[in-house]
Design a protein around this ligand. Structure first.
Ligand code: GLV
Length: 322
């Protein structure tokens, strides 16, 4: 763990800037739970250097773009599950504590994954296009049950997804760092070193890993080239996939489709070929949303642990990236 310079028992949070999507609702809940704190809410772009000189604590998804400094902030409560924006080298001074959201995103992201899987397998979009043209053209529809999903990532999101797919009769192979998961919804779990070999058996390649030095680029062109007509579903981070190889993967039939919620660059640039490829379903990073209640609760829980002189359970290990 990257230990903050100040031991937690010496840390007292008094001045909190909330600069996140849904900031007013998060700030209102924090004020209600902790009326002893002074809380300023700001749109991320409106946070100033003065705000961060005043603050000891910042609740945000990423560095406020226009403040130019983190000022006197010593604790950052990320409002996201993935903390990659904070771990870009040069972003966080060593002594700053980083904690992440304790909210469980798994169930919501599992719904998003299942919605894309059904949309693709049951050909919802081509049928809808035909409807727009008043065309009655029956199609062969293949069952979801009996297909095989390879899930890269067996954490909260991977497990919730495995549960949902297992209930639908999908065979589920997990791929994780340790090669184990101890979760009954996985038919088997393999280590990351087996990824390139197992993707050839996948109907669905589902990514739910954070962006860390170990996961970045894991779904490389080489891994994609070993897929045999799979559908890539990415609800983790764009950088885990070699995005520039996707058009070729679709052209060559390594992939028959993709449902992508995350991208190397967000918003996805208008010039990206992914926007217009009919085999690709794009969504704007909405598969797992932080709620105001969840963000405020994470802050309050982590603060309670800090006040008890402990590093919060949700302290980010900067070397692992989560
Ligand atoms: C969203 O992707 C998050 O990390 O919360």
């Amino acid at each position: 763990m990257n230990t903050p310079a100040a031991a937690p028992q010496h840390f007292v949070s008094r001045h909190v800037v909330v600069a996140a999507t849904g900031g007013p609702a998060i700030a209102a809940r924090i004020r209600e739970a902790r009326p002893d704190l002074e809380v300023r809410e700001r749109a991320p772009a409106d946070v100033t250097a003065d705000d961060l000189a005043w603050a000891d604590t910042l609740v945000a998804f990423r560095v406020p773009p226009n403040a130019g400094t983190l000022g006197n902030v010593r604790w950052i409560q990320s409002t996201g599950a993935g903390v990659d924006p904070w771990l870009v080298p040069g972003t966080l001074p060593d002594g700053v504590l980083l904690t992440r959201s304790s909210e469980s995103y798994g169930p919501m992201i599992a719904e998003w994954v299942v919605s894309r899987l059904f949309a693709i397998q049951l050909q919802v979009l081509p049928l809808y296009d035909a409807q727009r043209r008043s065309e009655w053209v029956p199609r062969e529809i293949a069952r979801v049950a009996g297909t095989h999903a390879v899930l890269l990532g067996t954490g909260d999101i991977g497990r919730a997804t495995a549960n949902a797919l297992h209930a639908l009769g999908v065979r589920v192979t997990g791929v994780s760092r340790s090669g184990t998961s101890g979760h009954p919804a996985f038919d088997r779990v393999l280590p990351v070193s087996a990824l390139a070999d197992v993707v050839g058996e996948a109907d669905w390649l589902i990514v739910s890993t954070p962006d860390t030095p170990e996961t970045r680029g894991l779904v490389s062109r080489d891994v994609l080239s070993r897929c045999a007509n799979a559908v890539l579903i990415n609800a983790g981070r764009g950088a885990v996939v070699e995005e520039t190889a996707l058009p070729e993967a679709l052209e060559k039939g390594w992939l028959r489709g993709a449902a992508l919620d995350v991208f190397v660059q967000e918003p996805l640039p208008a010039s990206s070929p992914l926007w217009s490829d009919p085999r690709v379903i794009v969504s704007p990073h909405i598969s797992g949303l932080t709620t105001a209640a969840g963000a405020a609760q994470a802050f309050v829980d982590n603060l309670r642990e800090l006040e008890a002189g402990r590093f919060p359970s949700w302290t980010v290990d900067r070397s692992r990236g989560y």
